[in-house]
Design a protein. Sequence first.
Length: 591
Amino acid sequence: MAEAVVDNAPAKADGKPPLFGLSFLENLSEMTMLRQVGLMVGLAASVAIGFAVVLWSQQPDYRPLYGSLAGMDSKQIMETLAAADIAYTVEPNSGALLVKADDVARARMKLAAAGVTPSDSNIGFEILDKDQGLGTSQFMEATRYRRGLEGELARTISSLNNVKGARVHLAIPKSSVFVRDERKPSASVLVELFAGRSLEPGQVLAIVNLVATSVPELSKSQITVVDQKGNLLSDMAENSALTQAGKQFDYSRRMESMLTQRVHNILQPVLGNDRYKAEVSADVDFSAVESTSEQFNPDQPALRSEQSTNEQRTASNGPQGVPGALSNQPPAPATAPQTTGGAAATAGAIQPGQPLLDANGQQIMDPATGQPMLAPYPSDKRNQSTKNFELDRSISHTKQQQGRVNRLSVSVVVDDQVKVNPADGAITRAPWSADELARFTRLVQDAVGFDASRGDSVSVINMPFSAERGEVIAEAAFYTQPWFWDIVKQVLGVLFILVLVFGVLRPVLNNITGNGKKQLALAGGDVELGGMGGLDGELANDRVSLGGPQSILLPSPSEGYDAQLNAIKSLVAEDPGRVAQVVKEWINADE
């Protein structure tokens, strides 16, 4: 008789295998309670994990609607999103409101249309509208007014483009009637800027002027502007020289850009794009010069004024005394003349105003009047003339405007010309001729306003350009795109489900439902082998197993009698019912 052991499931009379459900239930009922509970828990966990993976792979990508909901009504936001049929969720840890990545822009537009915008927490002059209690002190009134003024200034500053929020602190001292105790007010401004933004010196100066003109007797030097990082911004506005230098630099750059654009406009239609490079350097003089000149022309004198004086004085009495030193001498002794000169003596003795006598001693008559002519009285005459001449002159006052160009330097490099052979389409490169470069030079000179007296220089040079003209920016990798990770999530979910079904659930179900088929097959085969055991000894050394939930391998006859005896003892101890069934089959087979 063959050394074989068959399991305890008898073959059916009709030779048909049991149904799947019945076989599964029969095999499940033969397991121990612990194994049944573990199997059911494992199946339930596998199904739950599968559903979780499917939901995870189908879950859309959620993004924050706003970086911060500070100053916004969360209830109003949720009602607006629900009315617009936009799905949203709230992140439990941070409390951020999340919407689908495709709906972020639409959600923000809906909120803006509904008037849901961030509002500041600053309190302005509306604080004065609140009812004040009876007996409010003057200090509380002044404090409320200062608080309202600080809030209004903060709102105004926050309206700037780069400013996210602002806080203003005013130190307004109490007015005093004593001049020695008078103190000036001061202010400090804290601005919160958006990420990656900064304030220009002009904007800082605008904030300083805004605060200074809003508070009486507040000077700009008493205002401090600080950003959220602790950087002092108001010192940039105080340095007027540095600010002026920055404006001058910007003016120079704008002028150079304008001239470069002119060169581009004149060369681009001729040479094409990326076939030339042009740079302009402008030497700009920002010094303010005032000059006054006065010039005279001596060849064209002109009489400006003339003054003439004529004086004549006649005295009625003759001179008294003898002028000079002789008047102080005693008179000389008188002497009688030796001869009498008749008419001469008489004429020499005539006094001024007396009738004139001729040589005969007769009076000289004036023929015009018929009256005797009188001896003239002594007189003084003075003539004075003053003439003023004006020379031709010209006065000019010249004030040179700041930003005058002292010198222009223009550099243009031109790539080799490309020629295409119409016969075979071959492309060849050849340098430009000297005449063509000269024409390009004249075009550039006229475009920038070339002035040789100013010392301007224009250089147009032909040089072959390099094949690699710049760093090529690589396109973003496909795995960095949002759609790629959505696909990856879905693929991973499908793979996990397949592994779970074919790697875990299917082997377990096959193990449970396939044992009944194995038992039937082994039972029928063992009966046949029992009848054929004496024909040959091919199965003498085979190890036969007993089917069932716990299959037991029996040793072959070649392993020795002790090994076979120990195996049968173990089998009888573990499952005596199965051993009894096998013995029963043997007896029935012998009959």
